[in-house]
Design a protein. Structure first.
Length: 388
């Protein structure tokens, strides 16, 4: 047992208080608010420091290389993808992201990685994944997705993902930035196709996410019963109130177009992607601001793996979320407990509570004053200090 003494705990559910945190093996045994650390256990002095749950990134592409995967580049072999993915899971963990959700993998390599981490074969962030994204023929993400046309094929594709071990599914409701020849604002899979795939997920008690940027496509996905809108670039008032009513979560990924525009064609990103990213950035920010104001549930996700959107980099996204209207405490909730709920892992992860997994970060500075305090965390995974 180890007792972390005297830190301010930020619990992931909107509370902060000074307490002693008693860890037994991989679990939080007790949170001692008015009691001293037990005399007979190892004690680590954390007075003046801050402890919060390990962060959860709800949208990554773990096997994508942000310096090379620019949409129209040659594909890597599965073996190469596995090495890229493992390195990326380690980068996330080192940065304090102890759990990720992959939303668009490559030939199920990422699901093998998920299992290897779970089995303890390697150190890295834990993961759940959607398998291949389900898209229409020639639709967004088709180069590594499962192309479907029609209700029956969409249903079959969902069943294939679960057969391969996926934890959830991802359907593509609209075009996007990184695939050439598709438009972010244009609808893609139709409502009936998405509904069939989502029904297969619901039958298993699994969730569904959608890449959805244009307003009509977002609406189609909500009506099809989806759990989370990824990106949500063109949200109007009607869509926002539908999300609030149905408890649909927004995963904004505000940094994804930002890095594409910042690095530009000079860095090798194709001009079609740079131009599309430029054209949507303002609407993206405005939609996020409106969603926050209306009380849409937000979970943090970065879309790591898109151009120059590095795995393990998260602070910029948190700062953009704060600029969009969330308080630092709300940003941290979106990156911990609310994300855990979206991933259906909240029984074990996402907050500092007795009985939960001892995944936590120790910070020298107060993140509620400045989120940049998260740039240099000391990371604990399953009760052990991370050294990788
Ligand atoms: Zn993505």
């Amino acid at each position: 047992m180890t007792c972390f003494e005297g830190a301010t705990l930020i619990d992931g559910k909107g509370n902060s208080f000074v307490a002693n945190l008693l860890i037994e093996e991989d679990r939080i045994l007790r949170i001692l608010k008015d009691e001293e650390c037990p005399k007979d256990v190892e004690t680590i002095d954390c007075k003046g420091k801050y402890i919060l749950p390990g962060l959860i990134n709800s949208h990554v592409h773990i096997c994508a290389d942000p310096t090379k995967d620019f949409g129209d580049r040659p594909a890597f072999s599965d073996a190469k993808r596995a090495f890229i993915g493992l390195k990326n899971l380690q980068s996330h963990l080192r940065a304090g992201i102890t759990f990720v959700r992959d939303l668009g993998g490559y030939n199920f390599v990422e699901l093998e990685l998920r299992d290897a981490i779970k089995n303890g074969d390697f150190q890295g962030a834990e993961m759940i994944g959607s398998g291949q994204c389900i898209t229409m023929t020639g639709g967004h993400g088709w180069t590594h997705g499962r192309e479907v046309d029609g209700v029956d094929e969409a249903r079959k594709a969902a069943r294939e993902q679960f057969k391969a071990g996926a934890d959830l599914i991802k359907v593509m409701a609209t075009g996007g930035v990184m695939t050439p020849g598709v438009e972010p604002g244009a609808s893609q899979l139709c409502q009936e196709e998405m509904a069939a795939a989502i029904e297969e997920a619901k039958k298993r008690g699994a969730k569904s996410a959608t890449h959805a940027q244009g307003t009509q496509g977002i609406k189609n996905a909500i009506l099809a019963g989806v759990d989370s809108i990824e990106h949500g670039i063109f949200l109007d008032d009607e869509v926002i109130s539908m999300m609030v009513e149905r408890g649909v979560v927004l995963v904004p990924t505000l940094v994804a177009p930002y890095y594409i525009v910042q690095m530009g064609e000079e860095a090798g990103i194709p001009s079609y992607a740079v131009n599309k990213a430029k054209s949507i950035m303002e609407a993206h920010k405005e939609s996020f601001r409106k969603a926050v104001e209306a009380g849409v549930k937000i979970a943090m996700g970065t879309d790591s793996g898109t151009p120059f959107n590095q795995h393990g980099s998260v602070v910029q996204e948190l700062i953009f979320m704060q600029r969009g209207g969330l308080s630092p405490m709300e940003v941290l909730e979106a990156a911990t407990y609310k994300a855990a709920e979206l991933l259906s892992i909240e029984k074990n992860y996402g907050s500092l509570e007795e009985g939960k997994r001892a995944d936590f970060l120790i910070l020298e500075q107060n993140p509620l004053e400045d989120l940049r305090a998260l740039e240099t965390p000391t990371v604990y995974k399953k009760g052990k200090k991370v050294i990788i």
